[in-house]
Write a new protein. Structure first.
Length: 257
């Protein structure tokens, strides 16, 4: 009789252990909340490096790239390049391998975590010297590309989008095997329209705003005739935040098929 009781007791212990394990499973499988993905700043020296150099083919054909990256630094527009306030970020090549955007633009996009990313675009005529690509046996002849061209650059970090349409782009190599260059945008503005985090609530007028609107001036009140017995108290103006200040963008990119 004692053996039977002992056996039943052992079975009860085993069943209790299984039940406890099953009850704990749902709690352990619940996913813990995670913070939004953001880009991690790099050493500013990374963004100041020289891109690869090589031959520059000005035909504008055979450009198909799926790999590569862009390193771009964000700094105050009034500070020197590489200043302590500089933040350097890296983004990987993304989007369509073919950069052509009809009728006359080349667009290269780069993506980071979350809504972070960067893009570079310029007129194909800046590369080809304003001539058409070769048609049949006719191949227009242009000289070497010795100077900089004008490009538009945009970068999104932490939901803030900065852009400039007057960037200086020095292409250091352009072939079907590799494309690289250095960019410098002395003044970039912050816009509410962010192509990496589009919002249908943004109007065309709001998209071009470079900083939050200033508070409206108070309506004039009745004149006060009582004499002042002490100097009026004035508050010091608040310094603008980094997102409101004019910023400088600089860096380089390197692309391969």
């Amino acid at each position: 009789m004692s053996m039977a009781v002992t056996g039943l007791g052992l079975a009860g212990v085993l069943l209790t252990g299984c039940a406890g394990s099953d009850a704990a499973s749902p709690a352990s499988s619940e996913a813990s909340p995670t913070s939004p993905a953001v880009s991690v700043p790099l050493d500013a020296k990374r963004c100041a490096q020289d891109p690869p150099a090589g031959r520059v083919d000005r035909s504008g054909t055979g450009l198909r790239f799926t790999h590569g990256h862009m390193l771009i630094a964000i700094a105050p527009a009034t500070g020197p390049e590489g200043a302590s306030e500089t933040s350097c970020y890296e983004f990987d090549k993304s989007g369509n391998p073919a950069p052509e955007v009809p009728p006359d633009t080349l667009l290269f996009t780069f993506a980071g975590p979350g809504t972070d990313g960067a893009q570079l675009e310029f007129l194909v005529g800046e590369l080809t010297g304003g001539v058409l690509p070769p048609i049949g046996a006719v191949r227009p002849t242009v000289g070497p590309l010795t100077g900089v061209i004008t490009a538009q650059v945009g970068v999104s970090v932490g939901g803030v989008y900065r852009t400039s349409s007057t960037c200086r782009l020095a292409l250091t190599t352009v072939t079907g095997e590799r494309m690289a260059g250095h960019l410098d945008c002395p003044t970039a503005v912050t816009t509410r329209a962010n192509p990496f985090a589009p919002s249908e609530d943004i109007t065309d007028d709001e998209a071009t705003a470079s900083a939050p609107d200033a508070p409206a001036a108070p309506a004039p009140g009745p004149a006060v005739s009582a004499p002042q017995t002490s100097a009026p108290q004035t508050s010091a103006p608040q310094a603008p935040t980094m997102s409101e200040q004019p910023t400088r963008l600089s860096g380089w990119f390197d692309l391969t098929p």
